[in-house]
Design a protein around this ligand. Structure first.
Ligand code: SF4
Ligand code: SF4
Length: 696
């Protein structure tokens, strides 16, 4: 073995040892988190890995920056093969894939390496230009490690330059394939061939060694850089429960029977290892924060900061907890909001020292952050766990939500209405309760779950009645629970009161099971999501259909006879509810209902629509809290909707209805807000008999 090969072998072994130490250290830190099972639903996980991970589908939602990042990622994957050949050849100079692979396969390998290295070089050059000159807003602030990003991009650029130079110099002395297989190396070889042999040989030596050493430096810097995501993003996507179809948006249930005094999380050791892995996976791209309604209206919340702070806190406290001798913890990416007056890492915690109450209570649980994250991070889960700790462990929450908690406990609704008023909206409408049907030995096709807003709120009651009229018109045999219906607890759960939630949810399940309910329709996306997606955690399994989907089906089945369309052409802007859209991927049904029920309607879309729709500001319990900081989210959304020039705004959620109607008063706007059911009910052809058929 030549001395240079022996030296390289020593460097390689040392680099591998340091990387192994760093990797084990990170794994030990992750193990400080709580257990969570992430190996179920394998087919979905594999699909997520292939589409979101390798396919980069989420990152490509931003066409320009997304394409550049996807190019770098795909290049990274492709160039791994070449890197292995280079590292092995550093020890065994005769090693070459040329001796192992059939000629066509080897030529394909050379072609991919050549084209990819130039493509990556171009992409990182543009990304560097963006960071240094354009400076997009979403890449600033929130303790973003901009210097780290520039260092890594420069390292990648240097890797590509040295790779191209090495290939070009090698082609001058020994071309292993026709020029067409290595077009860029061949072009470079034409230039380099004019050099004297000694200079060319020196250039080859320098570029080869620089490239090989840069690979090893890059590998060992990653564990201490925000670019650790280069390694972690694929496993993180595979282990995520929040991406792709399936149980999207479902909130984790808490075991309240466990013998613990700690509910939720106040520090990183209370979070799951997956929450901690999210910190390693974060690219600091800011897509989440740019989509966050709280952040864009001036609240202190930034979902990116939540994730970065989680990583910083872990890096700060983990070395002392695992007993590691950890000199690396002083590196810049690990520094959080340290306080010199504090005695040490163990005196601080994630809550208060890194993440404040104001940040946590600003969240509307709209899920835009989770949806936008290109590496499938669940920022919302961390927020929810910290809220649970605030409410259940420390009794710290905004005082205005106390009445909502008390009312849910006493009256079975977040508002101070007596349960006896729950079915007042139905008086005189001849709508039976399940109890009455049972007495008459009759049955209903579906249970109409009205929800608290639909039962008590004067404006929402109009939607409730409209949907009941539609079902009657279509001959649907439905019933309500009447006074036996009570809040399912979703607002309590979103506000961190898991204890109250589970009491209410179990009571609701007990009521539903007593009547052997199988199919439920509801006009409230929060009821729809909670009963359909989260009740199964507590043993309640029902088919739940949102009224927009149900009405669409009735229309498609010809069970709704509509009067002649109005002569005037009406433009309607539809506002997507977060719990219908991002939580449950229902975007088309409400639009289809509008199109079918008003044939002359023109549907217009605001700029932020469908899965990019802007929240109305009511979710996550924000409905019960004052919005004291920044602009009002509902007003911002209403402005966007009004800017479409629509004659009316359509919604499919009573919470959105209230928020947008309130915003209309603040903006002095006379544009009506209507529920999709009201649009249909207004155009029912009275007296025309519908075809009775069981669609439930
Ligand atoms: S769920 Fe919505 S409001 Fe909450 S942090 Fe994410 S984007 Fe912001
Ligand atoms: S959490 Fe996701 S979207 Fe937000 S900055 Fe990190 S990688 Fe980007």
């Amino acid at each position: 073995m030549a001395s240079s090969n022996a030296v390289f072998l020593i460097i390689l072994v040392l680099a591998a040892a340091v990387f192994s130490f760093s990797a084990q250290r990170l794994v030990r830190f992750l193990r400080l988190g709580q257990g969570t099972h992430r190996f179920d639903a394998l087919p979905r996980r594999i699909v997520n890995l292939l589409t979101i991970g390798f396919g980069q589908t989420k990152i490509l939602r931003d066409p320009v920056a997304g394409t550049l990042h996807a190019l770098v990622f795909w290049g990274f994957v492709v160039l791994q093969l070449g890197a292995i050949e280079i590292l092995v050849a550093g020890v065994v100079p005769a090693f070459s894939y040329a001796d192992l692979l059939p000629v066509p396969v080897y030529r394909l390998f050379l072609l991919t390496q050549d084209v990819t290295s130039l493509a990556v070089l171009v992409a990182v050059s543009v990304l560097l230009y963006r960071r240094l000159v354009v400076k997009p807003r979403r890449l600033q602030g929130d303790q973003v490690h901009g210097g780290d990003a520039i260092l890594i991009l420069s390292l990648i650029a240097a890797l590509m330059v040295t790779l191209l130079l090495t290939s070009g110099a090698e082609r001058v002395t020994a071309a292993r394939a026709p020029a067409i297989v290595q077009p860029f190396a061949a072009a470079l070889a034409i230039v380099l061939s004019r050099m004297p042999d000694s200079l060319l040989s020196a250039l080859h030596g320098v570029s080869w060694w620089s490239h090989a050493l840069l690979i090893l430096v890059f590998l060992n810097y990653l564990p201490y850089s925000k670019h650790l995501h280069v390694i972690v993003s694929l496993p993180n996507t595979f282990l995520s429960n929040t991406s792709g179809p399936g149980t999207i948006g479902t909130m984790k249930a808490m075991d309240l029977d466990a013998e613990t005094e700690q509910f939720g999380a106040s520090d990183v050791t209370h979070l799951s290892w997956k929450n901690l892995l999210d910190g390693y996976a974060c690219t600091e791209c800011g897509r989440c924060t740019a989509a966050c309604p709280a952040n864009m209206t001036g609240k202190p919340l930034s979902p990116r900061k939540i994730v970065i702070n989680t990583r910083q806190r872990l890096s700060e406290v983990a070395p002392s907890l695992v007993g590691a001798d950890d000199p690396m913890s002083a590196l810049p990416m690990h520094t959080g909001p340290r306080d010199d007056t504090d005695s040490g890492a163990r005196d601080r915690r994630l809550l208060d020292h890194y993440i404040t109450e104001d940040e946590l209570w600003a969240c509307t649980s709209c899920r835009a952050c989770v949806y936008e994250c290109p590496v499938s991070i669940d920022q919302l889960e961390i927020i929810n766990e910290l809220r649970r700790n605030l409410v259940l462990t420390e009794s710290r929450f905004p005082e205005e939500i106390q009445p909502a908690f008390e009312s849910m406990e006493r009256n079975g609704t977040p508002w101070a209405f007596p349960a006896s008023d729950r079915a007042k909206w139905a008086e005189g409408l001849d709508i039976p309760t399940l109890a009455e049907l049972l007495e008459r030995n009759e049955r209903a096709d579906v249970l109409y779950w009205v929800g608290c807003m639909g039962s008590f709120d004067e404006r929402a009651q109009k939607t409730t009645v409209a949907f009941a009229r539609i079902m009657k018109h279509a001959g649907v045999r439905f019933a309500i629970l009447g006074q036996e219906e009570a809040c399912h607890g979703d607002p309590a759960r979103r506000m961190g009161n898991e204890y109250l939630y589970q009491i209410l949810a179990k009571q609701a399940i007990e009521t539903l099971d007593r009547y052997r309910v199988t199919t439920i329709v509801t006009a409230c996306p929060h009821c729809f999501h909670q009963i359909g997606n989260e009740f199964p955690q507590l043993g309640g399994h029902y088919e739940v259909i949102h009224h927009s989907t149900y009405i669409e089906q009735l229309l498609a089945d010809g069970r709704i006879a509509l009067a002649d369309p109005v002569a005037q052409r009406l433009t309607v802007a539809y506002h997507d509810s977060c719990y219908l859209g991002r939580y449950n991927a229902i975007y088309d049904a409400p639009r289809e209902v509008l199109r079918r029920s008003l044939p002359v309607v023109a549907l217009v879309e605001p700029p932020r629509t469908r899965d990019r729709g802007l929240c109305c500001g009511a979710g996550g319990g924000r409905m019960f809290m004052e919005e004291r900081i920044g602009e009002r989210i509902n007003v911002e959304r209403k402005k966007e909707l009004l800017a479409t020039g629509a004659d009316a705004i359509a919604v499919a959620c009573p919470f959105c209805m209230t928020m947008l109607a309130d915003a209309g008063k603040k903006l002095d706007s006379s544009v009506t807000v209507l529920d999709v059911a009201e649009v249909v009910a207004q155009h029912l052809a009275e007296g025309v008999t519908a075809v009775p058929r069981d669609v439930a």
